[in-house]
Design a protein around this ligand. Structure first.
Ligand code: SF4
Length: 303
C-alpha cells in the first residue's frame, strides 16, 4: 500500500505574481478565521477554561481546523487549551512519523492513540464493501474514550459546510428525515460536547488553504475502502448544482440555519392542532376519522 503523502494541487494563486498570491492567501486566511470565529460565537463552541481535543486525521480539513484554531487562540478574548489528537488505526502503509513531525515542529501539545481498528473492520466487513461506517464508529468510540479519560471539555471535528449540506441530503433522500450534522452536539451518551468549528467554511476554500500551507496530507483511503456510493452520488449532485448555479450550496447551508417549523409538516415541532381550535370543541379522534366513522369528533351536530 502506498504510504506517500497525498500531493495537493498547486493553487492557482501560487502560479501568479507572488505578491498577489500572498495577498490572496492573506485574504483567504482572514475569511477562514472570521467564519470559524463566527461559528464559535454563534454556537457557544468554546468558553474560558475549555480543554479542546482537536481531532486530527491527517486530512486537509482537520489540518485547516487546527491551524485556524491556533491562530484564533492567540487573539481570543478567553483562555482555552488545544490538544491535537490522532488515532493511528494501524492501516497498512500509514506514515506514522508525518503527524508527530508536523505537530512537534508547530510546538502544539499532541497525543497519538494507537488502536488497531483496521483489523477489526477488515475482518467484519466483506471484501469489496465499504468499511467507512464501521470504521468511523470505532474511531469515534476510541476518541470519545480518550476524551473522557483525559478531561477534555470539547471535542472538535473538522467537518465543513459542504459536509453539513451533504449529510442533510443523505438523511433526506435515504432516511426520510430533515436532519443533518449540527455544528455543536451532545454525544449520545451525554458525556461529550462535539463542536464543528468549520461549519461555515466552504470545502473549496479549505482545499486552497491546505495547498497554500502545504500541509502533509495523509490519504484516508490507505485501507483501500470504496467511498460510500450514496455519499458519492450526493457529492456529484452538489458539484453539478454548484457548476450550474454558483452559490446554491451556500444558499442551502444558510437555509439549514433558518428553519420555520410552522411552514413544514411536523406536528411535533409546531402545534398545528391548536391552530383555529375552538375553546371547548372536542379534539379529532384519528382512529374514527380514518375509519370514516360519523360523529367522530363529537362536534358534528348532524342528527
Ligand atoms: S476510507 Fe478507510 S480509513 Fe477512511 S473512514 Fe473509510 S474505512 Fe476508515
Amino acid at each position: 500500500m502506498n504510504a506517500a503523502v497525498l500531493p495537493l494541487p498547486e493553487p492557482p494563486s501560487r502560479r501568479a505574481d507572488p505578491r498577489i498570491a500572498q495577498r490572496e492567501q492573506g485574504k483567504l486566511a482572514k475569511r477562514l478565521r472570521r467564519q470559524v470565529g463566527q461559528a464559535i460565537a454563534d454556537f457557544g463552541m468554546i468558553e474560558a477554561g475549555d480543554k479542546v481535543m482537536v481531532c486530527l486525521s491527517g486530512g486537509k480539513d482537520s489540518y485547516t481546523m487546527l491551524d485556524i484554531l491556533l491562530q484564533l487562540q492567540r487573539k481570543a478574548p478567553v483562555p482555552f487549551e488545544l490538544v491535537a489528537v490522532n488515532l493511528d488505526q494501524k492501516q497498512p502503509g500509514f506514515p506514522e512519523h508525518v503527524l508527530p513531525d508536523y505537530l512537534r515542529a508547530l510546538g502544539v501539545p499532541f497525543h497519538i492513540i494507537e488502536q488497531d481498528t483496521y483489523s477489526v473492520v477488515s475482518r467484519v466487513i466483506p471484501e469489496g464493501k465499504t468499511m467507512c461506517s464501521l470504521c468511523s464508529r470505532l474511531r469515534r468510540g476510541a476518541l470519545y474514550a480518550y476524551a473522557a479519560e483525559h478531561g477534555f471539555t470539547k471535542i472538535a471535528l473538522g467537518h465543513h459546510r459542504d459536509d453539513l449540506v451533504a449529510t442533510f441530503f443523505l438523511n433526506l433522500f435515504h432516511h426520510a428525515k430533515l436532519s443533518g450534522m449540527p455544528p455543536k452536539l451532545l454525544s449520545d451518551d451525554g458525556r461529550h460536547v462535539v463542536i464543528r468549528p468549520l461549519a461555515y467554511v466552504r470545502e473549496s476554500d479549505i482545499l486552497e488553504y491546505a495547498a497554500a500551507k502545504a500541509f502533509p496530507i495523509i490519504p484516508c483511503n490507505l485501507c483501500g475502502s470504496q467511498e460510500n456510493l450514496q455519499r458519492k452520488q450526493v457529492g456529484l449532485m452538489m458539484q453539478q448544482w454548484e457548476r450550474e448555479s454558483p452559490g446554491r450550496i451556500e444558499t442551502i447551508a444558510r437555509a439549514l440555519g433558518d428553519i420555520r417549523p410552522s411552514q413544514l409538516s411536523d406536528p411535533k415541532l409546531f402545534d398545528f392542532l391548536a391552530l383555529g381550535h375552538r375553546e371547548g370543541a372536542a379534539r379529532a379522534d384519528a382512529h374514527a376519522w380514518l375509519a370514516g366513522e360519523p360523529h367522530a369528533t363529537g362536534d358534528d351536530d348532524t342528527p
